[in-house]
Design a protein around this ligand. Sequence first.
Ligand SMILES: Nc1nc2c(c(=O)[nH]1)N=C([C@H](O)[C@H](O)COP(=O)(O)OP(=O)(O)OP(=O)(O)O)CN2
Ligand SMILES: [Zn+2]
Length: 145
Amino acid sequence: MIHQIYPQVSHDFQYELNKDMQIAAAHFIPHEAAGKCAQMHGHTYFVNITVAGNELDDSGFLVNFQQLKKIVHGKFDHTLMNDHKDMFNNENANDFPTTEVVARKIAEIVQAHLDTLPNRPTCVQVFVRESPTSYVVYRPKAGKQ
Ligand SMILES: Nc1nc2c(c(=O)[nH]1)N=C([C@H](O)[C@H](O)COP(=O)(O)OP(=O)(O)OP(=O)(O)O)CN2
Ligand SMILES: [Zn+2]
């Protein structure tokens, strides 16, 4: 069971939903600045996704928790992040599978799903903890990932 205190994101939406998940995955960061992290290694990522909005769908959901797990955990769990060529690129630092980029990519995956929903909620924050001592918070700018 995941119990963590996450940074709060300020917004004016009436509903806010949070979904936690753990993702076991490997990665390497293809840059000399990464030191030992340039070698393939694994993490149990702790991910918290925050979705907000003013309207619910006809199920009374802002977004289905199960769907969030399916599109994020289902994609990355027990995989090598660098293998996801639709997400990461070992030639471009903005697309290396760093914690920062993983958080941004998760926000993009989630928002693409939310954009298909009739009630059009918004992903306002993605928290990714890569290790017990390191985490990133990504907050998409309004109207732009
Ligand atoms: N800004 C970033 N710096 C680093 C990243 C990153 O994604 N963004 N990633 C790494 C490595 O992948 C590494 O797995 C994590 O590094 P680190 O926090 O140093 O991990 P430790 O468990 O060794 O931390 P300690 O606090 O020293 O135990 C490196 N940097
Ligand atoms: Zn790592």
